[in-house]
Design a protein around this ligand. Structure first.
Ligand code: NAD
Ligand code: LMR
Length: 330
């Protein structure tokens, strides 16, 4: 086993015995996020889930990944986040058919306060946190509120999956490659109200809005992307896992290494007031990673139609926030 050295990172994954964990851990251990750094993994699970995490650790060993360092399996939060440079907060209940993600708040919200506190107390100063467990935005708000002393900008939530879904839908519609599309934006909440916005989207540098029928955008594209999670549950019988893990990797990789030249990605983070979003609300914005920090893309023009969709997300997130305040979680 490798012990900590200068070129090592410590990465925590909660819910390591679950389905997203199973897609995520092997790719992290292979070096997809942290380049040639040795990766020490901390797998945090519940008493019920820890046996599955032990099995994952056996398989990680069997992969003989050259960059894999220590693997720690624990049910103790403080140990789970100790010295972590990156924390993937995945462990939470997934929704079932017919549920909305906000229906999970009662079951999942209470997980994230203690984790936020432990991260502030025991993780590395440069820790980067991504919340995947649903409802991701409001869970991230709970983490940030309990992480006393931690810059709230180090706590984010995953909307990159929605961003990637948007790119895939447009690429399919236009018969082009995803790699030729840039500047997709998802605004707001990782929920059915989210606003996947193609106003700035370009194909090989040219805006695509004119090439797409407005009725298709409003009546097919936006609802399809916003409800894709439910579609996956309907068809697969379980919520998305490999695509969610892949998006979480994209998010952390870009945060650490920077976004591609001329592009931006969608990240949910505590608002600094940009675009009139109330400060502190964990909201998805177009972001670039510059020198290892997320920066919200400024100066985009927002039409009344766009504003209406953004406002619906503000309202929904404020309602979720009020519900967790009432439950004593925030
Ligand atoms: P899963 O049920 O397969 O696995 C969840 C794992 O988390 C289980 O092993 C469970 O024991 C563990 N867990 C529960 N509470 C925990 C805690 N307090 N600490 C550590 N581990 C804990 O679920 P999954 O499919 O991996 O999904 C996990 C979460 O991610 C769900 O809430 C799901 O809705 C969400 N999700 C979010 C996105 C997104 O884009 N934001 C995408 C897909 C799934
Ligand atoms: C998704 O978008 O696939 C996840 O949030 C899972 C879900 O409940 O939809």
């Amino acid at each position: 086993m490798t012990t900590n050295n200068q070129n090592a990172v410590t990465v925590t994954v909660t819910g390591a015995g679950g389905q997203i964990g199973y897609s995520l851990l092997f790719r992290i251990a292979k070096g997809e996020v942290f380049g040639d750094s040795v990766v020490n993994l901390r797998l945090l699970e519940t008493e019920q889930g820890v046996q599955a995490a032990r099995g994952v650790a056996l398989e990680l060993a069997d992969c003989a990944f050259p960059l894999l360092g220590e693997v720690t399996i624990t049910t103790e939060i403080d140990e789970g986040v100790k010295d972590a440079n990156a924390v993937f907060l995945v462990g939470a209940k997934p929704r079932q058919k017919g549920e909305e993600r906000a229906d999970l708040l009662a079951a999942n919200g209470k997980i994230f306060g203690p984790q936020g506190k432990a991260i502030a107390e025991h993780a590395a100063e440069d820790v980067r946190v991504i919340v995947v467990g649903n409802p991701a935005n409001t869970n991230a708000a709970i983490v940030a509120a309990h992480a006393e002393g931690l810059d709230p900008r180090r706590v984010t939530a995953l909307t990159r999956l929605d961003h990637n879904r948007g790119l895939a839908q447009v690429a399919d519609k236009l018969g082009v490659a995803v790699r030729d599309l840039k500047n997709m934006t998802v605004w707001g909440n990782h929920s059915a109200s989210q606003f996947p916005d193609i106003a700035e989207l370009t194909l090989n540098g040219e805006k695509v809005a004119d090439k797409l029928d407005e009725a298709w955008v409003n009546d097919e594209f936006i609802p399809r992307v916003a409800k894709r999670g439910a579609e996956i549950i309907e068809v697969r019988g379980r919520s998305s896992a490999a695509s969610a893990a892949s998006a979480a990797l994209d998010h952390m990789r870009d945060w650490v290494n920077g976004t591609a030249e001329g592009d931006w990605v969608s990240v949910a983070l505590p608002s600094d007031g940009s675009y009139g979003i109330p400060e502190g609300l964990v909201f998805s914005f177009p972001c670039r990673s510059v020198n290892g920090e997320w920066e919200i893309v400024q100066g985009l023009e927002i039409s009344p139609a766009q504003q209406e969709r953004i406002d619906a997300n503000i309202k929904e997130l404020q309602e979720e926030k009020a519900a967790v305040v009432e439950a004593g979680l925030l």
